[in-house]
Design a protein around this ligand. Structure first.
Ligand code: UD1
Ligand code: CA
Length: 453
C-alpha cells in the first residue's frame, strides 16, 4: 500500500473498568492493538502511525515495534481530532484509518476498501446490522453516500437505518488534510467527528463511496468485557474452522482456545477444553485429551496426552503416553515410547526411550536412560535448599516404590532399588541396593486398654 495507516487508540475505555489501557486487553492471547498492527503490516504500508492517549506510556511499553510512529492526542476531542494529530506524520497518497479496539478486521476486507478507493477520494467501510444501536448511520442518495450521522445526532427516522459506519475509512491523503481542517464540533457530543469528512468531501464535489464488510464481526469494536468475550469466541471459532479445514479433528470447535501458533501433521485430534499457547508443534496422529494445556512444546507422531495434563517447554518423542493428570515442566525431554502417568511432575529432565514414570512421582534435573521403571511415589530430592543437583539413572534400572533419590546421585544401569529406600550414595550397576530398617515382629504384644474397665 502506498501511504500511511493511522490506528486510533487514544480512547479511555472507561467501560472496561480496568487499570490496563483498553487496547492492551487480549484476544487470543494477544493485545487488541497487536492484532490491528499485524493486520496493518499485512498491507505493507509505507508507515504505521498509532495515536495514543493519556496512558500512552503503558501502551508503548507493551508494543515495542521499532518502526511505529507514535503520536499523542493529549485530550480526547473526537475521532476527527485524533486523526488531526497525525496529519504531520502522513506520507504517501493514501491514508487508511483503523481502530485499536476493532481487532478482527481482516487484510482481505481492507484490500477491498483500498481497491475501491482507486476510483474514489474517500471510501468508508460499512456493515448491515440487525441492531445498529450505538453506531453512526450511513445516509445515501440512491447509491451515493451523502453523510454519516452519529446515533446521538440522528432523527428517529435516521436511527431506523441499518447500514452503519464501521469507523474504518480510506482517504486520498490530500483530501483528508482538507477535510480535517474544515471539521467543527457543533454536534451533540461537542466532538470533532471524523465521520463529518463524508459530507465535507461530498459537498466539495469529491467522490465518496463505500464497501460493505461481508462479516459484521470484523468491524465490531470492544467497549466492555462482554464484547471482549464475544470477539474472543468469534476469533476462536474462526481459528477452529481453519484448523478443521486443514485436517485437525476438534471434538467441539466451541471448546478449544488457541492463543498462539499451532502446527500439526495429519489426523491429529484435540478433545474439549484444551488451551494452546505459544508455539505448539504436533506430529501425525497426536491425540490431546480433554482439558489439557500445551505451551511451547513439540509432540511427535502417535503420542497421546490424556485428560488434564499440562505440558510446557517440553519435547516429547514418538508414541509417548502422558497423563491423565501429568505435568511436564520446562526442559523436559521424553524419548520415544516413554510413559508419564497420573500425578507425575517432571522438570528439566531427559527420560530415555521406553522408560516409565507412571504414578505419583517427582523427577527433576534427571538424566534417565532407556527402559527404566520408576515405581509409584518416587521423588528425586534435587534441591538442598540452596542448589539444584542432578540425578543419573542408567538403562533398565528398576526403582522400587516410594524411593527418595537424594541428588547428586547415580543409579547404575540394571540396578534395582528396594521399595521405600532413601538413596544418598551411588547405587552400583546390576546390584540390589536398599536402605530400610529391618522388619521385626513382637509376638504376643497387646494393644493398650482404656483405664477403668
Ligand atoms: C465511532 C464513529 C461511529 C462508528 C463507530 C464504530 C465517529 C464520530 N463516530 O463512534 O460513526 O459507528 O465509531 O465503532 O467517528 N478515539 C481516539 N480519540 C478520540 C476519540 C476516539 O483515539 O478523541 C479512538 C478510540 O480509541 C476508538 C475509536 O477512536 O478506538 C472510536 O472511538 P469511539 O469513541 O469508540 O467512537 P464511537 O462513538 O463509538
Ligand atoms: Ca466505540
Amino acid at each position: 500500500m502506498k501511504g500511511t495507516i493511522v490506528i486510533l487508540a487514544a480512547g479511555q475505555g472507561t467501560r472496561m473498568k480496568s487499570d490496563l489501557p483498553k487496547v492492551l486487553h487480549r484476544i487470543a492471547g494477544k493485545p487488541m492493538l497487536r492484532h490491528v498492527i499485524d493486520t496493518a503490516r499485512d498491507l505493507a504500508p509505507e508507515r504505521i502511525v498509532v495515536v495514543h492517549g493519556h496512558e500512552g506510556a503503558k501502551v508503548r511499553e507493551a508494543i515495542t515495534d521499532e518502526d511505529l510512529l507514535w503520536v499523542e492526542q493529549a485530550e480526547q476531542l473526537g475521532t476527527g481530532h485524533a486523526v488531526g494529530q497525525a496529519l504531520d506524520a502522513l506520507i504517501g497518497e493514501t491514508t487508511l484509518v483503523l481502530y485499536g479496539d476493532v481487532p478482527l478486521i481482516t487484510p482481505l476486507t481492507l484490500e477491498r476498501l483500498l481497491v475501491k478507493l482507486e476510483q474514489a477520494d474517500l471510501c468508508v467501510l460499512t456493515a448491515e446490522l440487525e441492531d445498529p444501536t450505538g453506531y453512526g448511520r450511513i445516509l445515501r442518495q440512491g447509491e451515493a453516500l451523502t453523510r454519516i450521522v452519529e446515533e446521538k445526532d440522528a432523527t428517529d427516522e435516521e436511527r431506523e437505518i441499518r447500514e452503519i459506519n464501521s469507523g474504518i475509512m480510506a482517504f486520498r491523503t490530500e483530501l483528508l488534510r482538507e477535510c480535517i481542517r474544515d471539521l467543527d464540533n457543533d454536534n451533540a457530543q461537542g466532538e470533532f467527528y471524523l465521520t463529518d469528512c463524508v459530507a465535507i468531501a461530498r459537498d466539495a464535489g469529491h467522490r465518496v463511496t463505500a464497501v460493505k464488510a461481508e462479516d459484521a464481526i470484523e468491524i465490531q469494536g470492544v467497549n466492555d468485557r462482554v464484547q471482549l468475550a464475544a470477539l474472543e469466541r468469534a476469533w476462536q471459532l474462526r481459528k477452529a474452522t481453519e484448523l478443521m479445514k486443514a485436517g485437525v479433528t476438534l471434538r467441539d470447535p466451541g471448546r478449544v482456545d488457541i492463543r498462539g501458533a499451532l502446527f500439526f501433521g495429519r489426523d491429529c485430534e484435540i478433545d474439549v477444553g484444551c488451551v494452546v499457547e505459544g508455539d505448539v508443534v504436533l506430529g501425525d496422529r497426536v491425540y490431546i485429551g480433554p482439558n489439557c494445556v500445551l505451551r511451547d512444546c513439540t509432540l511427535e507422531d502417535d503420542t497421546r496426552v490424556e485428560a488434564n495434563s499440562v505440558i510446557e517447554q517440553s519435547r516429547v518423542g514418538r508414541g509417548c503416553r502422558i497423563g491423565p493428570f501429568a505435568r511436564l515442566r520446562p526442559g523436559t525431554r521424553l524419548d520415544s515410547g516413554a510413559r508419564v502417568g497420573n500425578f507425575v511432575e517432571i522438570k528439566n529432565s531427559h527420560i530415555g526411550s521406553g522408560s516409565k514414570v507412571n504414578h505419583l512421582s517427582y523427577i527433576g534435573d534427571t538424566e534417565m536412560g532407556e527402559a527404566v521403571n520408576i515405581g509409584a511415589g518416587t521423588i528425586t530430592c534435587n534441591y538442598d535448599g540452596a542448589n539444584k543437583h542432578r540425578t543419573v539413572i542408567g538403562d533398565r534400572a528398576f526403582i522400587g516404590s516410594d524411593t527418595q533419590l537424594v541428588a547428586p546421585v547415580t543409579v547404575g544401569s540394571d540396578a534395582t532399588i528396594g521399595a521405600g529406600s532413601t538413596i544418598t550414595r551411588d547405587a552400583p550397576a546390576g546390584e540390589l541396593t536398599l536402605s530400610r530398617a529391618k522388619q521385626t515382629t513382637i509376638t504376643g504384644w497387646q494393644r493398650p486398654k482404656k483405664e477403668g474397665r
